[in-house]
Design a protein around this ligand. Sequence first.
Ligand SMILES: [Zn+2]
Ligand SMILES: [Zn+2]
Length: 220
Amino acid sequence: LLFFFTFTYTLAQTEESFKFHLSYTDKERYENEERPDVQKQILVDIAKKLPVYTRTGSGAVRFCDQCHLIKPDRCHHCSVCAMCVLKMDHHCPWVNNCIGFSNYKFFLQFLGYSVLYCLYIATTVFSYFIKYWRGELPSVRSKFHVLFLLFVACMFFVSLVILFGYHCWLVSRNKTTLEAFCTPVFISGPKKNGFNLGFIKNIQQVFGDNKKFWLIPIGS
Ligand SMILES: [Zn+2]
Ligand SMILES: [Zn+2]
C-alpha cells in the first residue's frame, strides 16, 4: 500500500503552483531577448512578485528552461520525470517516481515499515536457521527456502536501516538529499541549514500537525 502511495503521488499541481509559470507576454519577452543580463533582469522583476528566497550559485533567479517557470524554493527539475518537482529529494528507481513534497511522508513510512517487516521475517526464520545448522531440517528444498529467506531479509534490513536512518537525520534537519549534497543559496548567500525550523517543526512539516496521523499512510 505504501509502495503504491509513493508511486502514485507525484507533483501536486495546485493553482498556487501556476503562479510560477511565465505568462505568455513574459515568455515572449524573455525568449526574444538576446542579452543575458537583460534576460536575468526580466526574471528578477517577475520573481519580485513571488515568494522565492533562493538563488542559483551565481546569484541569479532559479529558472527552468524546460518547464518555463521560476523554480519555487527547493524545487528541482527531474530529467526522468521531465518536470519540476516541489521539494525534490531524489528520483527513486525502486518506486519509479520522484520523491518530493507530495509523497515524502509515504516514502518514509514505506522505509520504516519495510525495516520492521524485514526484522520480523529475519527473527521468525532464525529458529529454522538454527534447525538447519543442527541438520534437523527434513528436506533439501526447505533448507534452501530458509537460507534464501534469511539472507534476503537480512540484506534488505541492513540497507533499509541505513537509508531510513539517513532520511530520519535529513528530516530532523529539514534537508532534502539534494540539499545535503549541494548547499542551498539564499538571497543573502549560502546557508547549510537554511530551512531548519527546529526539531519538532521539521517533523511536522513532513508528517503534519496532528501526531495521530504520523504513522498512518494518509495525506496530512
Ligand atoms: Zn522543470
Ligand atoms: Zn523524477
